[in-house]
Write a new protein. Structure first.
Length: 278
């Protein structure tokens, strides 16, 4: 492994033994180094193997511009988030979250704070991500000595949601509002009697999140149910109330988002509604 570029005292680009370009961060790993040197193994704290050239460029810019203590803080938060959510998070989280934390601290020091209009919706429909966002705020207080506003936890959660779902940051607002409105419509259909503490309800919300992702990223909706017409008709009759509610959600999506969903998706919603309204 040899250094091909020194970004700063704490970051270098290397070519590994398989001739892949990697980015390495670690306190003092670039100090006194030059092209062709080997990085000190005991100073390596994090290695990034990013094949997307645009993302790699953004990460290099991020590591070059943001103070190392913020990078280290974000690395720990990203690793914790991936572990607790039990999933791989998009590598862009390192860039977006460290950038957000750094400038949030700067804004706070200048007396500038932003309200997050989605806090209530994030709390209702992305509680795990919001809890991680709150830990982010706590860690900023512990490590940087700066107390960020509670709404910053919501902004941090949005970056985590984005990394988890593989969406663009600009789509998170749409997805959150989509889930909130569809869930509220379902609750209205059943007179506010849905068991929102049940595992089935949590699965319903997860389904809405990924339905929103597919709709807003123009992904083809998978065919999850059989095309057996007799089965489809049977479900319409057997779960008449739930199917009617699913149709209301379908109409809502078409009217407000100009998106259409398939018959298979309609019946998948019916099954979820059956589980939470039984």
């Amino acid at each position: 492994m040899k250094i091909i570029k020194v970004i700063n005292n704490n970051t270098v680009c290397v070519l590994d033994d398989k001739r892949r370009e990697q980015i390495i961060s670690g306190k003092g790993i670039g100090f006194g180094k030059k092209f062709g040197d080997r990085p000190d193994a005991d100073k390596i704290e994090k290695m990034y193997l990013i094949t997307d050239s645009a993302l790699r460029k953004r990460l290099i810019e991020c590591l070059a511009e943001i103070p190392y203590e913020y990078i280290k803080l974000t690395e720990g938060l990203a690793e914790q988030a991936a572990k607790e959510l039990d999933c791989e998070l998009n590598e862009s989280l390192m860039i977006s979250l460290s950038d957000h934390i750094y400038f949030a601290v700067q804004r706070k020091q200048q007396g500038i704070e932003f309200e997050n209009p989605l806090m209530e919706a994030i709390s209702d429909y992305f509680p795990k991500e919001l809890e991680l966002g709150r830990r982010c705020v706590d860690e900023v207080k512990r490590q940087m000595g700066v107390q960020l506003a509670p709404d910053e936890a919501g902004f941090a959660a949005m970056h985590i949601i984005n990394a988890r779902m593989g969406t663009k940051m600009s789509q998170i607002t749409d997805i959150t509002k989509f889930v909130e409105s569809c869930a509220a419509l379902a609750d209205t259909c059943f007179g506010g009697k849905l068991d929102k503490s049940s595992v089935a309800y949590e699965r319903f919300l997860v389904h809405l999140k990924f339905l929103a992702k597919r709709l807003f990223t123009v992904q083809e909706l998978p065919q999850v149910l059989s095309r057996d017409e007799d089965l489809l008709e049977l479900m319409k009759v057997k779960f008449k109330r739930q199917y009617k509610c699913a149709e209301c959600i379908q109409d809502h999506i078409l009217k407000n988002y100009k998106k259409s969903i398939s018959e298979e998706e309609l019946l998948t919603l019916t099954l979820h509604l059956r589980r939470i309204s039984a």
